[in-house]
Write a protein that binds this ligand. Structure first.
Ligand code: C2E
Ligand code: CA
Ligand code: CA
Length: 669
């Protein structure tokens, strides 16, 4: 068993909805804002990285340049000391004396100090070089000492020999190495300095560019972020508006009405004022939609909305409930009289002609009127009663009707029953019995009629006559029909699966024929139960067709075109004209049981039955008699060439299981 549709706009008894605001985030907005946020982070990271990188690299180059220049200075000092030592050695040979000797020793000390510095600050190669020079220095100093001694002894020839043979080659080696290294390091230090200068120039040029570009990008991303935030804000506002308003007309929707209704009633209780509610349903609106197209229908609804707004007071809420249903909330109204006056004004406004794209259109409308205090105090009860009043206005062809509690003295009890019925549907308390239809000529079972019953937890078994008429007063009949169709079709499916292939007839109420969704629901159910349309028959009463004959005809034609059979139920008690009958897509006439039951006791009834059989046949329809309680009636119907019979004499309405037993027993005979 499928679940019933949840409490929804069609069901006024489930009227109060919380005002829910959808959260709307559209990807086209979240994406840019996301990449703008990431962009901003990347730009900040990149500029910071650049700043750190340039300062680190510049620092490193600076250190290198300093180290290189210090080392170069030590080499220069070494080179100077070497040159000094050489010239002092020569000077000693010309002018020997302690002063020159002291200066020579100082030069040698300078050289060793410089070499020591080089060993400490230079690279391993420098270290090695200094070590080699220091090693070479010892034999050189030995030869110089020998030379100075020869000079002191006045042995010039020996001094020259030592100088030429020992000192000069040793000294030249030292001089060559030190001078060359000093020159190299000088060059290196210049190169390092040059590198540092280039880097600094680069930094000087690029830093402002990088920071300006970063600033621009950050600004751009911030702008994108700001704009998406603004867009999201406006989207949120739009979504809020959309959730509370009708898309087509821009009027308040059911949710907003429920909210304002609560507020108005609360305020009314505090201030002692009356709140009114008008429920409006257009008559024959479907005709406009079908004959002129949806464009006209939509425009008409929009225009009607405008007129209602212009006639309503500023504090009233004009609402479109869906389809061609409107509601107007009248806070602080002058009692029922005030609400009726408002209804008259608004009725007059919308029944005056409309001109849409050069086409003149007239609409009729039925108004149901309720006011707080007199008709109830909570929104769902008032809404339900407005709906009952509106439906009564429609049924009676009155434009405006206030809810009339006197018309039904047991009304509160019945209203309570409607609430229970909704719960009963939800809890699956309703079930079906099936009554067979048999062929009078062959005795064959041609179908079953599904008849609903309600196993009420307190009241016990409730017959359809006790609740269907009230269900018909409100939208709940839509749910009930859907429920019955679903049960009946799933039963047909189950029977077909065990080899009993017979169609089911389901009773359809007048109000179902005003509901655009009926056709779609039936299509869906047939598909769901994998059944052909000819496995379903719909029984419709004459009065149902007459309520809004245009709408009913349209829906019946659609169903007929799909292959679903239509029967006219209770034929003979209504007022269908022959002309209308001829135009309807009917395949079966069902003679009302009142004629059949009294057929043999009353000649007039017998005549009616015979005439209906002939009429049906002449119109190409099958004729069935219901309420066949005796064999005599059954035989007589056969004599009149009536096609089928249904009634207690054949079989009472029974459970699905009992029907199978009855069926199989009959097959055996
Ligand atoms: P209806 O469509 O005219 O259904 C036939 C009614 O006559 C059924 O009453 C059935 O039990 C009864 N009946 C059958 N054979 C005989 C007979 O030989 N003698 C007599 N005196 N009565 C017989 P039920 O089941 O109480 O249904 C009453 C009405 O309730 C139905 O009249 C139909 O209009 C309505 N109804 C039943 N089920 C549904 C449903 O699912 N949806 C809707 N909308 N209406 C339903
Ligand atoms: Ca019926
Ligand atoms: Ca009937």
């Amino acid at each position: 068993m499928s679940n019933l549709p949840p409490a929804s706009p069609e069901h006024p008894e489930a009227f109060v909805h919380p005002v829910a605001v959808p959260r709307l985030t559209h990807w086209s907005n979240t994406i840019p804002s996301q990449w703008a946020r990431y962009g901003l982070i990347v730009v900040l990271l990149a500029t910071s990285f650049f700043a750190v990188w340039s300062s680190v690299t510049t620092g490193r180059l600076g250190q290198e340049a300093i180290a290189s220049s210090v080392l170069s200075d030590h080499y220069t000092a070494a080179a100077t000391a070497v040159a000094a030592a050489e010239s002092l050695e020569r000077l000693y040979r010309l002018e020997p004396g302690p002063q020159v000797l002291r200066r020579f020793n100082e030069a040698v000390q300078d050289l060793t100090r410089a070499l020591g510095h080089i060993q400490r600050t230079g690279s391993p190669a420098d270290h090695l070089l200094a070590q080699n020079v220091l090693t070479a220095l010892t034999p050189f100093l030995d030869s110089v000492n020998k030379l100075f001694k020869a000079v002191d002894d006045g042995n010039d020839a020996e001094a020259r020999r030592i100088d030429i043979d020992e000192g000069d080659p040793l000294f030249e080696k030292i001089e060559k190495v030190v001078l060359q290294a000093a020159a190299d390091h000088h060059k290196e230090s210049i190169v390092a300095l040059e590198k540092l200068r280039t880097r600094e120039a680069f930094n000087a040029d690029s830093t402002p560019i990088v920071f300006i570009a970063g600033l621009l990008l950050a600004g751009l991303f911030a702008q994108v972020l700001r704009r998406t935030r603004v867009e999201l804000d406006s989207q949120r506002k739009d979504a809020l508006h959309a959730s509370l308003h009708d898309k087509l007309t821009g009027l308040a929707n059911r949710t907003l009405l429920a909210d304002r209704f609560e507020q108005a009633l609360r305020l009314g209780r505090r201030q002692g004022s009356t709140t009114g509610l008008l429920l409006i349903d257009l008559d024959r609106f479907k005709e406009v939609n079908d004959t002129l197209g949806h464009h006209y229908g939509d425009r008409l609804l929009d225009e009607i909305g405008r007129r209602l707004i212009s006639e309503a007071r500023e504090i009233d809420t004009v609402c479109r409930l869906g389809g061609d249903e409107f509601a107007i909330l009248l806070p602080s109204v002058e009692g029922l009289e005030g609400a009726l006056k408002a209804a008259q004004r608004l009725h007059k406004a919308i029944t005056a002609s409309f001109e849409i794209d050069g086409v003149e259109l007239d609409v009729e409308a039925s108004f149901g009127v309720v006011v707080s205090g007199v008709h109830g105090d909570d929104p769902s009860m008032l809404m339900q009663r407005a709906d009952i009043a509106m439906y009564a206005a429609k049924k009676q062809g009155k434009g405006i009707l206030a809810y009339d509690p006197g018309a039904d003295r047991r009304s509160p009890e019945r209203l309570a029953m409607l609430g229970e019925l909704r719960r009963g549907l939800e809890r699956g308390e309703l079930f079906l019995e099936y009554q067979p239809k048999v062929s009078l000529s062959t005795g064959e079972v041609t179908g079953v009629e599904a008849l609903v019953r309600w196993q009420h937890p307190v009241r016990g078994l409730v017959n359809p006559d006790e609740f269907i008429p009230f269900a018909e007063l409100t939208g709940i009949i839509g749910s009930l029909t859907q429920y019955v169709l679903n049960l009946a079709l799933s039963q047909v499916r189950a029977w077909a699966d065990i080899g009993i292939c017979i169609p089911v007839a389901v009773n359809i109420s007048a109000r179902n024929l005003l509901d655009d969704k009926l056709v779609v629901q039936i299509v869906d159910l047939l598909e769901q139960h994998n059944l052909k349309p000819n496995m379903l028959m719909l029984e419709v009463t004459e009065s149902a067709i007459m309520l809004d004959s245009y709408a009913a005809r349209t829906i019946l034609r659609q169903l007929h075109a799909m292959g679903i059979h239509i029967a006219i139920d209770d034929f003979g008690v209504g007022y269908t004209s022959l002309a209308q009958l001829k135009d309807l897509p009917i395949s079966e006439l069902k003679i009302d049981k009142s004629f059949v039951l009294a057929m043999q006791s009353d000649q007039a009834n017998e005549l009616i039955v015979r005439s209906v059989v002939d009429l049906g046949h002449n119109l190409g329809m099958t004729v069935i008699a219901e309420g066949v309680e005796t064999a005599g009636v059954l035989d007589a119907l056969g004599d009149y060439h009536c096609d089928m019979a249904q009634g207690f004499h054949v079989c009472r309405p029974v459970s699905a299981k009992a029907f199978v037993q009855w069926y199989e027993e009959r097959e055996r005979k």
